[in-house]
Design a protein around this ligand. Structure first.
Ligand SMILES: Cc1ncc(COP(=O)(O)O)c(C=O)c1O
Length: 374
Protein backbone atom coordinates (compact mmCIF):
# COMPACT_ATOMS: atom_id res chain seq x y z
CA UNK A 1 0.00 0.00 0.00
CA UNK A 2 1.53 3.41 -0.93
CA UNK A 3 2.24 5.73 1.96
CA UNK A 4 0.28 8.95 1.51
CA UNK A 5 1.06 11.53 4.12
CA UNK A 6 -1.88 13.82 4.77
CA UNK A 7 -1.29 17.39 6.05
CA UNK A 8 -0.50 17.67 9.77
CA UNK A 9 -3.92 18.18 11.43
CA UNK A 10 -3.22 21.51 13.11
CA UNK A 11 -1.83 22.95 9.85
CA UNK A 12 -5.36 22.59 8.47
CA UNK A 13 -6.55 25.32 10.83
CA UNK A 14 -4.87 28.26 9.05
CA UNK A 15 -8.13 29.44 7.44
CA UNK A 16 -9.90 29.21 10.82
CA UNK A 17 -7.09 31.23 12.42
CA UNK A 18 -7.66 33.97 9.87
CA UNK A 19 -11.36 34.16 10.74
CA UNK A 20 -10.64 34.26 14.49
CA UNK A 21 -7.95 36.91 14.10
CA UNK A 22 -10.51 39.39 12.73
CA UNK A 23 -11.63 39.98 16.34
CA UNK A 24 -10.09 43.00 18.06
CA UNK A 25 -7.53 41.42 20.37
CA UNK A 26 -6.83 38.66 17.86
CA UNK A 27 -7.30 34.91 17.73
CA UNK A 28 -7.15 32.87 20.93
CA UNK A 29 -5.83 29.38 20.29
CA UNK A 30 -7.46 26.51 22.17
CA UNK A 31 -6.69 23.90 19.54
CA UNK A 32 -3.42 22.25 20.59
CA UNK A 33 -3.12 20.87 24.14
CA UNK A 34 0.12 22.76 24.69
CA UNK A 35 0.50 23.91 28.32
CA UNK A 36 0.81 27.66 28.99
CA UNK A 37 1.49 27.68 32.75
CA UNK A 38 4.95 27.71 34.31
CA UNK A 39 6.78 24.51 35.24
CA UNK A 40 7.56 23.98 38.95
CA UNK A 41 10.34 26.17 40.33
CA UNK A 42 12.19 23.09 41.58
CA UNK A 43 12.55 21.92 37.97
CA UNK A 44 13.62 25.35 36.71
CA UNK A 45 16.30 25.54 39.43
CA UNK A 46 17.63 22.13 38.41
CA UNK A 47 17.72 23.31 34.79
CA UNK A 48 19.77 26.34 35.78
CA UNK A 49 22.44 24.12 37.34
CA UNK A 50 22.79 21.50 34.65
CA UNK A 51 24.67 18.35 35.41
CA UNK A 52 26.19 15.98 32.94
CA UNK A 53 26.20 18.19 29.83
CA UNK A 54 29.70 17.09 28.82
CA UNK A 55 28.96 13.44 28.33
CA UNK A 56 26.24 11.53 26.55
CA UNK A 57 23.25 10.74 28.73
CA UNK A 58 22.26 7.09 29.01
CA UNK A 59 19.46 6.42 26.56
CA UNK A 60 17.52 4.41 29.16
CA UNK A 61 17.71 7.38 31.52
CA UNK A 62 20.14 7.72 34.41
CA UNK A 63 19.57 5.37 37.31
CA UNK A 64 18.40 8.38 39.33
CA UNK A 65 15.88 9.26 36.61
CA UNK A 66 14.54 5.72 36.45
CA UNK A 67 14.34 5.56 40.24
CA UNK A 68 12.50 8.90 40.36
CA UNK A 69 9.96 7.57 37.83
CA UNK A 70 9.51 4.31 39.74
CA UNK A 71 9.09 6.03 43.07
CA UNK A 72 6.59 8.50 41.57
CA UNK A 73 4.57 5.54 40.23
CA UNK A 74 4.49 4.06 43.74
CA UNK A 75 3.55 7.36 45.37
CA UNK A 76 0.93 8.27 42.80
CA UNK A 77 -0.73 4.92 42.15
CA UNK A 78 0.21 2.74 45.13
CA UNK A 79 1.86 0.05 42.99
CA UNK A 80 5.52 -0.83 43.02
CA UNK A 81 7.75 -1.10 39.99
CA UNK A 82 11.45 -1.83 39.70
CA UNK A 83 13.56 1.08 38.39
CA UNK A 84 15.10 -1.43 35.97
CA UNK A 85 11.67 -1.85 34.36
CA UNK A 86 11.50 1.85 33.44
CA UNK A 87 12.95 3.54 30.35
CA UNK A 88 13.22 7.23 29.46
CA UNK A 89 11.63 8.68 26.34
CA UNK A 90 12.07 12.06 24.70
CA UNK A 91 8.56 13.17 25.54
CA UNK A 92 6.03 10.48 24.77
CA UNK A 93 5.02 11.37 21.21
CA UNK A 94 8.18 9.87 19.74
CA UNK A 95 7.58 6.75 21.85
CA UNK A 96 3.96 6.42 20.70
CA UNK A 97 4.99 6.92 17.07
CA UNK A 98 7.92 4.48 17.14
CA UNK A 99 6.62 1.71 19.42
CA UNK A 100 4.71 -0.37 16.83
CA UNK A 101 7.78 -0.58 14.57
CA UNK A 102 9.95 -1.61 17.49
CA UNK A 103 7.44 -4.23 18.64
CA UNK A 104 7.43 -5.60 15.10
CA UNK A 105 11.20 -6.05 15.47
CA UNK A 106 10.70 -7.66 18.88
CA UNK A 107 8.30 -10.12 17.25
CA UNK A 108 10.92 -10.89 14.59
CA UNK A 109 13.65 -11.32 17.20
CA UNK A 110 11.43 -13.92 18.87
CA UNK A 111 11.11 -15.79 15.56
CA UNK A 112 7.43 -14.89 15.23
CA UNK A 113 7.83 -12.34 12.42
CA UNK A 114 4.71 -11.35 10.50
CA UNK A 115 2.26 -13.26 12.70
CA UNK A 116 0.81 -10.09 14.14
CA UNK A 117 0.45 -7.09 11.85
CA UNK A 118 -2.25 -5.00 13.55
CA UNK A 119 -2.28 -2.13 16.02
CA UNK A 120 -5.56 -1.70 17.93
CA UNK A 121 -6.18 1.80 19.19
CA UNK A 122 -9.17 3.82 20.46
CA UNK A 123 -11.12 4.87 17.37
CA UNK A 124 -11.43 8.40 18.78
CA UNK A 125 -7.97 9.28 19.95
CA UNK A 126 -4.67 11.07 19.78
CA UNK A 127 -3.74 10.66 16.08
CA UNK A 128 -0.22 9.37 16.77
CA UNK A 129 -1.49 5.89 17.75
CA UNK A 130 -2.62 5.20 14.20
CA UNK A 131 0.32 7.09 12.69
CA UNK A 132 2.73 4.81 14.61
CA UNK A 133 1.09 1.78 13.01
CA UNK A 134 1.26 3.33 9.56
CA UNK A 135 4.92 4.35 9.98
CA UNK A 136 5.69 0.69 10.70
CA UNK A 137 3.67 -0.58 7.72
CA UNK A 138 1.14 -2.19 10.09
CA UNK A 139 -2.67 -2.19 10.02
CA UNK A 140 -4.26 0.43 12.27
CA UNK A 141 -7.65 -0.72 13.53
CA UNK A 142 -9.77 1.62 15.63
CA UNK A 143 -11.77 0.08 18.48
CA UNK A 144 -14.44 1.64 20.70
CA UNK A 145 -12.94 3.00 23.89
CA UNK A 146 -13.82 4.18 27.34
CA UNK A 147 -15.83 2.52 30.08
CA UNK A 148 -15.86 -1.21 30.73
CA UNK A 149 -17.32 -2.98 27.77
CA UNK A 150 -15.46 -1.52 24.82
CA UNK A 151 -13.22 -4.54 24.27
CA UNK A 152 -16.21 -6.76 23.43
CA UNK A 153 -16.43 -4.97 20.09
CA UNK A 154 -13.02 -6.04 18.86
CA UNK A 155 -13.49 -8.43 15.93
CA UNK A 156 -11.85 -11.83 16.54
CA UNK A 157 -9.93 -11.52 13.21
CA UNK A 158 -8.40 -8.22 14.38
CA UNK A 159 -7.70 -9.56 17.84
CA UNK A 160 -5.84 -12.58 16.46
CA UNK A 161 -3.61 -10.30 14.36
CA UNK A 162 -2.98 -7.69 17.08
CA UNK A 163 0.56 -6.78 18.04
CA UNK A 164 -0.62 -4.31 20.67
CA UNK A 165 -3.66 -2.57 22.05
CA UNK A 166 -3.46 1.08 23.08
CA UNK A 167 -5.46 2.38 26.03
CA UNK A 168 -5.67 6.06 26.92
CA UNK A 169 -7.37 6.97 30.17
CA UNK A 170 -8.37 9.73 30.66
CA UNK A 171 -8.79 10.00 26.93
CA UNK A 172 -7.70 12.74 24.62
CA UNK A 173 -10.09 13.95 23.18
CA UNK A 174 -13.17 12.57 24.95
CA UNK A 175 -11.99 12.76 28.56
CA UNK A 176 -13.49 9.29 29.18
CA UNK A 177 -11.93 6.92 31.69
CA UNK A 178 -11.34 3.25 30.89
CA UNK A 179 -11.37 0.39 33.33
CA UNK A 180 -7.70 -0.44 32.90
CA UNK A 181 -7.61 -3.80 34.76
CA UNK A 182 -10.15 -5.12 32.23
CA UNK A 183 -7.75 -4.10 29.45
CA UNK A 184 -4.82 -5.80 31.22
CA UNK A 185 -6.78 -9.03 31.73
CA UNK A 186 -7.96 -9.03 28.12
CA UNK A 187 -4.38 -8.56 26.86
CA UNK A 188 -3.04 -11.34 29.07
CA UNK A 189 -5.83 -13.68 28.02
CA UNK A 190 -5.05 -13.15 24.33
CA UNK A 191 -1.27 -12.71 24.56
CA UNK A 192 -1.47 -9.08 23.34
CA UNK A 193 0.65 -6.34 24.87
CA UNK A 194 -1.55 -3.56 26.28
CA UNK A 195 0.09 -0.15 26.30
CA UNK A 196 -1.62 2.43 28.44
CA UNK A 197 -0.98 6.10 27.75
CA UNK A 198 -1.62 7.73 31.11
CA UNK A 199 -0.37 11.26 30.46
CA UNK A 200 -3.55 12.88 31.85
CA UNK A 201 -3.73 10.71 34.99
CA UNK A 202 -3.24 13.75 37.24
CA UNK A 203 -6.30 15.44 35.79
CA UNK A 204 -9.23 13.25 36.79
CA UNK A 205 -12.42 15.01 37.90
CA UNK A 206 -15.07 12.33 38.00
CA UNK A 207 -13.50 9.23 39.44
CA UNK A 208 -15.19 5.90 38.74
CA UNK A 209 -13.09 4.23 41.42
CA UNK A 210 -11.08 2.39 38.77
CA UNK A 211 -7.27 2.23 39.05
CA UNK A 212 -5.60 5.06 37.11
CA UNK A 213 -2.69 2.95 35.93
CA UNK A 214 -2.44 -0.35 34.08
CA UNK A 215 0.47 -1.33 36.32
CA UNK A 216 -1.38 -3.66 38.66
CA UNK A 217 1.40 -6.07 37.76
CA UNK A 218 3.88 -5.60 34.96
CA UNK A 219 3.39 -8.76 32.89
CA UNK A 220 2.05 -8.03 29.41
CA UNK A 221 1.51 -4.32 29.97
CA UNK A 222 3.33 -1.01 29.62
CA UNK A 223 2.34 2.36 31.07
CA UNK A 224 3.50 5.55 29.34
CA UNK A 225 3.89 8.81 31.26
CA UNK A 226 4.82 12.33 30.30
CA UNK A 227 6.09 15.34 32.20
CA UNK A 228 4.52 17.58 29.55
CA UNK A 229 1.03 17.80 31.02
CA UNK A 230 1.79 17.01 34.67
CA UNK A 231 4.50 19.64 35.03
CA UNK A 232 4.05 22.00 32.05
CA UNK A 233 7.25 20.59 30.65
CA UNK A 234 6.22 20.00 27.03
CA UNK A 235 9.07 22.09 25.66
CA UNK A 236 11.63 20.12 27.66
CA UNK A 237 10.62 16.69 26.23
CA UNK A 238 10.70 14.17 29.05
CA UNK A 239 8.66 11.06 29.65
CA UNK A 240 9.01 7.40 30.47
CA UNK A 241 7.57 3.96 29.92
CA UNK A 242 7.40 1.20 32.48
CA UNK A 243 6.12 -2.32 32.78
CA UNK A 244 6.77 -5.75 31.28
CA UNK A 245 10.46 -6.48 32.03
CA UNK A 246 11.24 -8.29 28.77
CA UNK A 247 9.59 -5.63 26.60
CA UNK A 248 11.26 -2.77 28.51
CA UNK A 249 14.66 -4.50 28.27
CA UNK A 250 14.25 -4.89 24.48
CA UNK A 251 13.09 -1.29 23.98
CA UNK A 252 15.85 0.14 26.15
CA UNK A 253 18.45 -1.73 24.08
CA UNK A 254 16.94 -0.85 20.71
CA UNK A 255 16.37 2.79 21.58
CA UNK A 256 20.05 3.03 22.56
CA UNK A 257 20.99 2.00 19.01
CA UNK A 258 18.50 4.51 17.61
CA UNK A 259 20.18 7.36 19.52
CA UNK A 260 17.14 8.38 21.54
CA UNK A 261 18.27 10.27 24.64
CA UNK A 262 16.67 12.70 27.05
CA UNK A 263 19.31 15.45 27.53
CA UNK A 264 20.99 15.29 30.96
CA UNK A 265 19.85 18.73 32.20
CA UNK A 266 16.27 17.79 31.30
CA UNK A 267 16.60 14.53 33.19
CA UNK A 268 17.79 16.44 36.30
CA UNK A 269 14.88 18.87 36.02
CA UNK A 270 12.37 16.07 35.47
CA UNK A 271 13.64 14.29 38.60
CA UNK A 272 12.93 17.47 40.58
CA UNK A 273 9.47 17.83 39.00
CA UNK A 274 8.57 14.20 39.73
CA UNK A 275 9.43 14.67 43.41
CA UNK A 276 7.17 17.72 43.65
CA UNK A 277 3.41 17.17 44.04
CA UNK A 278 2.44 20.68 45.17
CA UNK A 279 2.53 22.20 41.71
CA UNK A 280 0.29 19.43 40.36
CA UNK A 281 -2.40 20.20 42.92
CA UNK A 282 -2.28 23.88 41.91
CA UNK A 283 -2.40 22.99 38.24
CA UNK A 284 -5.43 20.76 38.82
CA UNK A 285 -7.27 23.68 40.36
CA UNK A 286 -6.32 25.94 37.44
CA UNK A 287 -7.56 23.48 34.79
CA UNK A 288 -10.73 22.69 36.68
CA UNK A 289 -11.71 26.34 37.02
CA UNK A 290 -10.95 27.00 33.34
CA UNK A 291 -13.06 24.03 32.26
CA UNK A 292 -15.97 25.21 34.41
CA UNK A 293 -15.69 28.72 32.97
CA UNK A 294 -15.57 27.47 29.39
CA UNK A 295 -18.66 25.30 29.98
CA UNK A 296 -20.43 28.40 31.29
CA UNK A 297 -19.41 30.56 28.33
CA UNK A 298 -20.64 27.93 25.86
CA UNK A 299 -23.87 27.52 27.84
CA UNK A 300 -24.53 31.24 27.48
CA UNK A 301 -24.42 30.69 23.71
CA UNK A 302 -26.82 27.75 23.98
CA UNK A 303 -24.10 25.21 23.35
CA UNK A 304 -24.64 22.59 26.05
CA UNK A 305 -21.64 20.65 27.24
CA UNK A 306 -20.42 18.96 30.41
CA UNK A 307 -17.11 18.59 32.20
CA UNK A 308 -14.96 15.65 31.08
CA UNK A 309 -14.30 12.73 33.43
CA UNK A 310 -10.63 13.59 33.05
CA UNK A 311 -8.07 15.56 30.95
CA UNK A 312 -8.18 19.29 30.23
CA UNK A 313 -10.33 19.14 27.12
CA UNK A 314 -14.00 19.79 26.49
CA UNK A 315 -15.46 17.42 23.93
CA UNK A 316 -18.39 19.38 22.62
CA UNK A 317 -21.15 18.12 20.35
CA UNK A 318 -21.92 20.58 17.55
CA UNK A 319 -25.58 21.66 17.79
CA UNK A 320 -27.56 20.48 14.77
CA UNK A 321 -28.42 24.03 13.67
CA UNK A 322 -24.69 24.75 13.34
CA UNK A 323 -23.64 21.59 11.49
CA UNK A 324 -20.58 19.33 11.64
CA UNK A 325 -17.20 19.76 13.34
CA UNK A 326 -15.83 22.12 10.69
CA UNK A 327 -18.97 24.28 10.72
CA UNK A 328 -18.75 24.46 14.51
CA UNK A 329 -15.02 25.30 14.40
CA UNK A 330 -15.74 28.10 11.96
CA UNK A 331 -18.70 29.32 14.02
CA UNK A 332 -16.60 29.50 17.20
CA UNK A 333 -13.84 31.36 15.32
CA UNK A 334 -16.37 33.90 14.04
CA UNK A 335 -18.42 34.23 17.23
CA UNK A 336 -15.69 34.07 19.93
CA UNK A 337 -12.44 34.48 18.02
CA UNK A 338 -11.22 31.12 19.32
CA UNK A 339 -9.46 28.36 17.38
CA UNK A 340 -10.53 24.85 18.40
CA UNK A 341 -9.96 21.41 16.93
CA UNK A 342 -12.55 19.76 14.67
CA UNK A 343 -13.39 16.35 16.11
CA UNK A 344 -12.48 14.51 12.92
CA UNK A 345 -8.80 15.14 13.76
CA UNK A 346 -9.26 12.31 16.25
CA UNK A 347 -11.19 9.86 14.10
CA UNK A 348 -14.14 9.69 11.72
CA UNK A 349 -16.64 9.30 14.57
CA UNK A 350 -15.57 12.71 15.88
CA UNK A 351 -17.19 14.48 12.93
CA UNK A 352 -20.02 15.87 15.06
CA UNK A 353 -17.74 17.29 17.80
CA UNK A 354 -15.06 19.84 18.52
CA UNK A 355 -12.29 19.65 21.10
CA UNK A 356 -11.55 22.72 23.19
CA UNK A 357 -8.31 22.72 25.21
CA UNK A 358 -8.35 24.64 28.50
CA UNK A 359 -4.90 26.05 27.83
CA UNK A 360 -6.04 29.63 28.09
CA UNK A 361 -5.06 32.41 30.48
CA UNK A 362 -7.53 34.26 32.73
CA UNK A 363 -7.00 37.41 30.61
CA UNK A 364 -7.99 35.51 27.49
CA UNK A 365 -10.96 33.91 29.24
CA UNK A 366 -12.16 37.39 30.13
CA UNK A 367 -11.86 38.48 26.49
CA UNK A 368 -13.78 35.38 25.39
CA UNK A 369 -16.49 36.08 27.99
CA UNK A 370 -16.86 39.64 26.69
CA UNK A 371 -17.12 38.46 23.10
CA UNK A 372 -19.77 35.95 24.15
CA UNK A 373 -21.88 38.64 25.76
CA UNK A 374 -21.81 40.91 22.68
C1 LIG B 1 -2.89 11.19 24.62
C2 LIG B 1 -1.56 11.82 24.40
N1 LIG B 1 -0.47 11.05 24.44
C3 LIG B 1 0.76 11.56 24.25
C4 LIG B 1 0.94 12.90 24.02
C5 LIG B 1 2.32 13.41 23.76
O1 LIG B 1 2.82 14.21 24.77
P1 LIG B 1 4.37 14.49 24.90
O2 LIG B 1 5.05 14.06 23.64
O3 LIG B 1 4.50 15.94 25.11
O4 LIG B 1 4.84 13.67 26.06
C6 LIG B 1 -0.17 13.75 23.98
C7 LIG B 1 -0.01 15.18 23.69
O5 LIG B 1 -0.92 15.93 23.50
C8 LIG B 1 -1.45 13.19 24.19
O6 LIG B 1 -2.56 13.94 24.18
Amino acid sequence: MPFNLEPYPYDRLNGIREIASKHAGGAIDLSVGSPIDPPPESAMRALAMPEGVRSYPPSAGTLTYREACASWITRRFGVSIDAGDVGACVGTKEFVASLPGYLKLLQESRGEGGKRDTVLFPELSYPTYSMGARLAGLRAVGVPAGGRAALEYIAPEDRDRALLLWANSPSNPTGLLSELPVYADWGREHGILVVSDECYADYIWDDEGWPHTILDGSDGVLAVHSLSKRSNFAGARAGFYAGDPSVVAFLVELRKHAGLMVPSPIQSAAIAALADDGHVQRQREIYYSRLVRLVRILGALNVKTTLPQGSFYLWVRAPSHIGDCWDMTEWLAGRLGIVVSPGEFYGASGKGYVRIAAVVSDEHLEIIEKRASN
